[in-house]
Design a protein around this ligand. Structure first.
Ligand SMILES: [Zn+2]
Length: 82
């Protein structure tokens, strides 16, 4: 099984044959040493209703959005582990 992980800064992706919440690696686009988040976790952040997103939602990284979603209870730790 292959999982896709997404750079929180530029959105470039990398694939791994294991499933974890995030992979820490150096982005080849010069974003530095960052947490690549699993793609389906990023999709979970869409659960936060648009009207209730922070004003700076568009500027947040995937990791920060996920933190907001978990803090609100829209995404649970089970979702992340699953
Ligand atoms: Zn990047």
């Amino acid at each position: 099984m292959t999982e896709t992980y997404v750079c929180p800064v530029c959105g470039s992706t990398t694939e791994r044959d294991f499933r974890v919440p995030s992979v820490v690696r150096t982005c080849e686009n010069g974003c530095g040493f960052v947490h690549f988040l699993r793609e389906d976790l990023l999709e979970l952040t869409e659960r936060v209703p648009e009207a209730e997103r922070p004003d700076d939602w568009d500027e947040l990284s995937g990791e920060e959005r996920l933190r907001v979603a978990v803090g609100r209870g829209d995404v649970t730790l089970e979702d992340i582990r699953g």
